[in-house]
Ligand binder design. Structure first.
Ligand code: SF4
Length: 329
């Protein structure tokens, strides 16, 4: 079975001492890497493989990381875009980002055994927007239109009943009267700072606006952004290990760019742009919630071929969230 490490495996301090190389202090953000929802989704694919034997189909990338996808492929998963690619009777797992109810209905109609590995924190948003809709409120989704999580959430209320916005400047143009009862929800991986600016604009625009009962931006997104916000200003450069199609990886890179001129978002060690690293100094490294720790270690190992690397792990907040494994009935 391929190894996909969580960040908890990393020792707090490590030194790689090759001779006569420039020194690079690496501030390793913590928390970083896998969140509870990603672990649960990967476990769901592996549990389905154990239950049914390979192949098990997975609709869309189970999480937004190609190392994870390739590892699961090696174990017998087959990734598809749509359910019509899944042979009748075969098991299929839905990704952590969540799906519209129509996708489950389609799977049932096709005679597929399906397992929904949606993160429980995305499910919370689904329930929330449905409640707002039942209560007659216009639903405003703060998020990136086209992202699978937003597509899935829209599927729970209907696109015609919801408005997707991604900037404060879009608030004024919402085709709703000022006194229309409205409610907002936020993509779980959104930028904390950007969401706040949009919420402020919504509060100024609507007289009857309902907020989520607790933040929709999940603990993992919040904590990774918080850890990076503390370290990036002290750093000459920042590396975010993650895919450029991962929302939470992109938000980390966006955040770092607000305080640091040299920011790289890289999927793996092979993508390091050496010309954008300091000759010596301080480098902050973090990783998206879908990035395995192996990828972070590979980046540090690669740095060790050119620098004498001193790694300091900087813990911003303890994380202990674990989700119950998906029960495969
Ligand atoms: S980033 Fe947050 S919402 Fe997304 S899978 Fe992880 S815990 Fe769940």
């Amino acid at each position: 079975m391929g190894e996909l490490q969580s960040s908890a495996d990393f020792s707090a301090t490590a030194t790689f001492p090759p001779v006569a190389r420039p020194r690079l202090r690496v501030l390793l953000a913590a928390p970083r890497g896998f969140c509870a929802g990603v672990v649960r989704a990967i476990d769901a694919v592996r549990d389905a493989l154990a239950k049914h034997g390979p192949p098990v189909y997975v609709r869309r990338p189970i999480v937004h990381n190609m190392d994870v996808v390739r590892t699961l492929e090696a174990e017998g998963a087959i990734f598809v875009e749509e359910l019509d690619e899944v042979p009748k009777g075969m098991p299929v797992v839905f990704s952590a980002h969540g799906v519209a109810p129509s996708v489950a209905g389609d799977a049932a109609a096709r005679g597929l055994t399906y397992y929904d590995a949606v993160c429980p924190l995305v499910s919370k948003v689904h329930r929330e927007v449905q409640r707002h809709q039942r209560n007659g409120r216009a639903v405003i989704l703060i998020g990136h239109d086209g992202h699978p999580e937003i597509e899935g959430t829209l599927g729970h209320v209907g696109r015609h009943n919801a408005y997707v916005i991604s900037s404060a400047s879009e608030v004024a143009a919402l085709p709703l009267p000022r006194d229309r009862p409205a409610a907002y929800a936020v993509q779980t991986t959104y930028s904390v700072d950007e969401a706040q600016a949009i919420v402020d604009a919504l509060r100024a625009r609507f007289t009857d606006l309902v907020a989520p009962t607790s933040s929709d931006i999940c603990y993992a997104t919040t904590n990774r952004q918080r850890a990076l916000r503390a370290l990036a200003p002290q750093s000459d450069a920042v590396i975010v290990v993650g895919e450029d199609f991962s929302s939470n990886a992109c938000r980390l890179a966006d955040l770092a760019r607000t305080v640091c001129p040299q920011v790289q978002l890289i999927a793996n060690a092979g993508a390091i742009d050496w010309s954008r690293l300091p000759p010596e100094g301080t480098l902050c490294i973090t990783a998206a919630a879908s990035t395995p720790e192996n990828s972070v270690r590979a980046v540090i190992d690669a740095l060790g071929t050119r620098y004498t690397v001193d790694v300091e792990e900087a813990l911003a907040v303890e994380e202990s969230t674990v989700f119950k494994r998906l029960q495969l009935a």
